[in-house]
Design a protein around this ligand. Sequence first.
Ligand code: ADP
Ligand code: MG
Length: 139
Amino acid sequence: MTSNITFTIIKPLAVSKGYAGPILNKISESGFKITALKMLQLTQKEAETFYEVHKERPFYNDLVEFMVSGPIVVGVLEKENAVEDYRQLIGATDPAKAEEGTIRKLYADSVQANAVHGSDSDENAAIEASFFFSASDRF
Ligand code: ADP
Ligand code: MG
């Protein structure tokens, strides 16, 4: 069974460049319903915890530093087949390899500053959504 939610982050550089609006518009136009949304700045501890699965990867420290560097926008998105469809919409991790029309192709600067996060499984979507939103903040 596939879940109908995924979780996204609009990363610091995309927010500071003013891309949050266009990205949210693209998300809505692509048939996702935004069921939770807020802007915040991660603490070091929160960023370390969120990316804990990548702790052993060489880019981990830089990634955490980047993710705490400015405000982000986090949201929960609802759609049939949400996780897979959102991965499709955002494109490859490396924006140079992302397909035309994808969010990363349109708005990303580099592999690290690749504009957005999208959950990679239903299980992680649920974990990530509840990391940022209490039940009463989800609609
Ligand atoms: P995705 O975000 O596409 O699921 P990963 O889960 O593999 O990609 O990586 C998490 C995040 O770590 C990426 O979105 C990107 O910001 C960063 N990252 C991944 N690979 C690299 C890399 N080779 N160099 C720098 N940053 C990276
Ligand atoms: Mg990932």
